[in-house]
Design a protein around this ligand. Structure first.
Ligand code: NZQ
Ligand code: ZN
Length: 386
């Protein structure tokens, strides 16, 4: 195991009606004026918006709103949010929604104190030196953004989608009430499930092995696999929604990657698809993941895929390579069984931009640590996914 530093400053309030802590938490932070960031209306339909507004009013906290954040959030929303923060002397941001809203809020928190173009954070021209504090009220189990310091934004002018992160962007606290996920349409529920599973794969299939982290990863995967069909069949099953919600947080709050060097290749090549075609992140991952697995599998690493197959899927095959191939098949079958697309062609993507996307993916960093990918590898994974 490599040396590691662990810093988990985010307080988690998990369970039914935990929204009631919002006022007290903001008072503790001495908040006077918040920016309330949200998406295109789901929080209004669910009643969460009204609840937050009334809690803020009860505590005499001034609210400025930034609604309309897109899935695959845009850098122009960040510039707008940062301006609102300066104009209205905002001292805290509430991100009420899913990953895109939380990511956009983090970028706003950083951009508030930066006078240049907020895209500079994403192309590594600057780093986060100071940020507004923020909290998340989560409505979709998927990204883990509610407990990590990362965010992923799209530059709508250049059609690039890039991540950035800082410990300064970790939420002060996050409210995770599984009831808020009852209203999710099936396509978002299953995309979230693919996303959290992919987060685990990106960390599990990486070096060096780390026994506790890897077994925890297997436990997260088993929890998701057991509960996914339940939430699909019964969207209002509280216990299953709760297991999925917490699994999504643990999948990317840093614990599973401690002492390891995550791979993240599938994410980097998916971000190209989301950037160019504006598809749902988790859907892109569900299509690419089994093909990434098949492409990188070799004699040296098949022991790890075999361990995944045996420990997560109860595969009894003794030969590592055969067990690995069965595990990959199980992964594909599982995604299909909950209703996720299997092919890029099913979601309207053809092969015309594969070269361009592979080049763009490699522009800002090397890709893959479990197995480094070059342009030909990336094009091949896209081609296998067609
Ligand atoms: O806009 P509204 O009306 O709120 O609707 C949203 C949106 O259309 C809807 N939704 C959310 N909660 C709902 C709901 N509809 C009904 N009921 C609810 N309770 O769901 C849609 C998708 O929202 P989005 O925020 O895009 O989903 P998700 O949480 O999957 O976030 C995806 C984004 O996060 C990034 C992805 O790249 C993508 O841009 N990621 C962020 C990460 C991080 N910060 O650590 C890591 C991830 O790997 C990922 O890259
Ligand atoms: Zn993801």
């Amino acid at each position: 195991m490599k040396n590691f530093w662990l810093n988990m400053p985010t307080e988690i309030f998990f369970g039914k009606n935990q929204i009631e802590v919002l006022g007290k938490q903001l008072k503790k932070e001495n908040v006077k004026s918040v920016l309330l960031v949200y998406g295109k209306g789901s929080i209004k339909r669910s009643g969460l918006y009204d609840k937050i507004i009334s809690l803020l009013a009860e505590n005499s906290i001034k609210v400025t709103e930034l609604p309309g954040i897109d899935p695959n959030p845009r850098i122009s929303s960040v510039a707008k949010g940062a301006e609102l923060c300066r104009e209205n002397k905002i001292d805290f941001i509430i991100a009420a929604g899913a990953g895109s809203v939380i990511d956009c809020s983090k970028a706003i928190a950083a951009a508030r104190y930066y006078n240049g173009d907020p895209w500079d954070f994403f192309i590594r021209r600057t780093s986060v030196k100071k940020a507004l504090p923020l909290c998340a009220v989560l409505t979709l189990a998927a990204t883990g953004s509610e407990m990590n310091g990362g965010c992923v934004l799209t530059n709508e002018k250049t059609l690039e989608k890039l991540p950035m992160g800082s410990v300064r962007l970790k939420p002060r606290f996050s409210i995770l009430d599984p009831v808020y996920t009852f209203t999710l349409p099936k396509n978002q529920t299953i995309a979230g499930i693919a996303d959290m599973m992919s987060h685990v794969f990106e960390q599990y299939f990486s070096y060096p092995d780390a026994s506790l982290q890897d077994h925890m990863s297997e436990a997260v995967l088993k929890t998701v696999i057991e509960n996914a069909p339940v939430v699909v069949a019964e969207p209002e099953n509280y216990e299953a929604r709760a297991d999925i919600m917490w699994a999504g947080t643990v999948a990317l709050n840093g614990l599973l990657e401690l002492g390891k060097e995550g791979d993240w290749a599938t994410h980097m090549i998916e971000h190209e698809l989301s950037a160019k075609y504006d598809i749902t992140h988790g859907v892109g991952l569900a299509i690419l993941t089994p093909n990434w697995m098949k492409h990188v599998l070799d004699e040296k690493n098949c022991y790890k895929f075999a361990a995944y197959g045996r420990n997560v899927w109860n595969i009894t095959e003794k030969d590592d390579m055969k067990a690995a191939l069965q595990a990959i098949e199980k992964t594909s079958e599982f995604f299909k069984s909950i209703g996720l697309p299997q092919k890029l062609s099913e979601i309207g993507i053809d092969g015309s931009r594969f070269d361009e996307m592979a080049e763009s993916a490699l522009k800002n960093s090397r890709i893959g640590t479990f197995k480094e990918l070059n342009k030909e590898d990336i094009v091949e994974i896209y081609r296998m996914s067609l």
